[in-house]
Design a protein around this ligand. Sequence first.
Ligand code: BES
Ligand code: MN
Ligand code: ZN
Length: 499
Amino acid sequence: MQFSFAAPSASTSGAWVVGALADGVLTPAALRADKAAGGILTRALKTSRFKGKPNEILEIIAPDGIKATRLLLVGLGKPQGFTAAKAEILAATVTGRLLTSGETTATFEIDLPKGAKLKAPALAAHLALGAQLRSYQFTTYRRKNLDDFKQTLKTVTIATPDGAAAKRSWASLSAVAEGVFLARNLVNEPPNILTPAEFARRAKVLTKLGVKVTVLNEADMKKLGMNALLGVGQGSEVESHVVAMEWNGTRGKTKAPIALVGKGVCFDSGGLSLKTGAGMMGMKGDMGGAAAVTGTMLALATRKARAHVVGVIGLVENMPDGKAQRPDDVVESMSGQTIEILNTDAEGRLVLADALWYTQEKYKPSAIIDLATLTGAIIAALGGEYAGLFSNNDKLSNQLTAAGTEEGEPVWRFPMGNGYDKLIKSKIADMKNIGGPFAGSITAAQFLQRFVKEGTAWAHLDIAGVAWQDGEQKPLMPTWGTGWGVRVLNRLIADNYET
Ligand code: BES
Ligand code: MN
Ligand code: ZN
């Protein structure tokens, strides 16, 4: 989709989108449209039940005599409560309505009256972001009925007093949207296509943006002693990889980076502790953490963030096989700690154990955030609304919570502690890879924390419930791969880790 930002024009063509406040009170732009169209909006209001509630739409085919093909009156609700997040949902809802309608262009003329806190350039850029996020499609594997999916809406103009300022604001938001799209694509790709090697190739593309990309193969990892990660992949026909992506936008000031670490299980069959048929469906998305990290690196490099960030992803396929890891095996992780494997389906933590340790040894980050579709238990607790947050650091936790709320990717913090840590004691090794029947998301986090060095601020996001969604398209999130994580991570870095 193409966006332009310009002062309101006297003759708008295509779909002309204007706002109404609560109780159907027309905004100045709506009044202008109404006048241009001979009072058609006023008349339509009288015979409709339109109340100006948030995202309510009244659509009218434009009468003769004006250039616009249709008028859309859209509800804004109360002006005081109109935030950037609301602007995104509004634009997404309208875009959803127009996307395949036959309409090719739309102009948003949303003028918020006094009382709204949002500034005009930010409003314009967030309207564009909402429209862009709604326009996402994954049609790579469709061959038939392509016409039904074909989008007609191609160009969107946002009417705004200061077009240049809005354009600047959009430049960084569009980078975020690109990162979200990459993460969605990666999650949506089927596992016969997106193997660890293919994922690594797609990460390598970030080199073009100035990201330093390093790919480890199994021989490299063997030398480093990454046996926990390698054990997960050993039943698969395809090779495991770790990819490190480093972006340093601090112009030579080589400060300790912030690290993002992602679980990239390209398919999780459960291994010998095999999942059921129903439980295995969708496990192509078990690389959602790695997708979010890669998408974030793309966003940061595209908008040239003044931050030093390293993204490390552990890419494996978890399969049953004669060579597969067994329940009862003991492996020695890169950290030197030994792990008794009691369930090969608790594989994400094994991948992360070595990815976390490698990240700390190699990059000495000041803070680490890992993202993983780690436990079914987090879905039982939070459903698809919040990601679970686990951390050893209140400041980092609060930063993530604030960033998540602002970006519409909220997180909810869980407790941690010794009582939970005890649950992963092993009879023969330093720890076992499962807790018990209770607090499964917390015992998984306790396991990860054992691979975080003393003094490093660390947070773990369990995104099993939010990385993909089986339901209907939501305003800002499509069905399946959501790209969850790119927005919260980008915001966290923008607000706290840029110079
Ligand atoms: N990838 C799964 C977690 C998951 C489940 C993600 C459902 C998304 C939807 C993870 O590897 C897993 O299998 N976890 C087990 C852990 C258990 C064996 C301790 C689980 O949650 O059942
Ligand atoms: Mn598993
Ligand atoms: Zn998994």
